[in-house]
Design a protein around this ligand. Sequence first.
Ligand SMILES: *Cc1c(COP(=O)(O)O)cnc(C)c1O
Length: 370
Amino acid sequence: MPKAKETVLEINLSALKQNFKYLKSKLQPSTKFMAVVKAFAYGSDAIEIAKYLETLGIDYFSVAYTSEGVALRKAGITTPILVLHPQAVNLKQLIAYCLEPSLYQFNILNEFISILDKEHKTNYPVHIKLNTGLNRIGFSKNDCGELLKTLQNTKAIHLKGIFSHLAASEDINEIEFTKTQIKTFTNVAHMLSQQLQHKPLLHLCNTSGLLNYPEAHFNMVRSGIGLYGFGNSEIQNKNLKPIATLKSVISQIHYIQKGDTVGYNRAYKSNSPQKIATIPIGHADGITRQLGNGKGFVYINQKKAVIIGNVCMDMIMVNITEISCKEGDEVIIFDTTHTIENLANPINTISYEILASISQRVKRIFYRDK
Ligand SMILES: *Cc1c(COP(=O)(O)O)cnc(C)c1O
């Protein structure tokens, strides 16, 4: 790639393909793969990522909200799309764009059926979401009697899938809990599907579930973070390649004296003469203020430069006293060697949050390895 001349997020589609192949190699050939492309495909670009995954033969997509699915349809994506968390107010639009809803409680289930009835639609594909321990959204085991009655009394919907979500699939201290979730899901899903004339797609695993619980793949897996290059463990990270590199440039260099301060609230006070660089990326671009005041760092000419003072909306200042560099030089915020996890760990967050926070203001560039 040419050196950055402004703040850019470079997305390596070859790495995406490699991650997809690796994750797929862990599945039985008949197990379907749902790519989770919610939140702009974890801060990259849902449309570009989905288009590329379609060329690789992806089976399914999922997004969190209806508007995200609509954007994919408008861009020409024809693969089935599951909307993980639709709201009642969006259901008409969801139908208009042929999106498949996750139905997670009676209000939304009944509302959906009544809209379909009004539109004289039958056999509309839906997925039923079960709560097996995450306690976020989903029907509970005790809802199943009433749920079955509702399903058997309507022609409006076709139960295409039954799914649930694991709470701690990456955590080796929670293996027992995860196994209980798998068992609950197996029991409830089988009980429901036995009462139907067809076999719905059962799906439970996210990326860490896919990697750590091969016995729980069922008919489909839902992977997000793995596609983008993270496996939630040092061992798994070795098999995956981060697809995103965040780069910027040095806008200006200042020489400051002992006693000078840097940035808002004069949060950094220098106790010796120093050289500092200003970089055009700030909290409005996704560099959280928590990375300010010595917590976060960037790389300039392979050397680590610590963020000093408060992160501004559009800029950060870094200490380059020990680094030989000049205005216009490239700055690496993260790449495949200086990974997002190195930024995330000191501020007690995870790769997911840093990735998904990179704002739409940052220019995206897509490329493939030669
Ligand atoms: C976000 C999400 C996923 C993807 O999880 P990863 O850990 O990124 O693979 C899967 N299923 C549901 C319900 C989700 O909300």
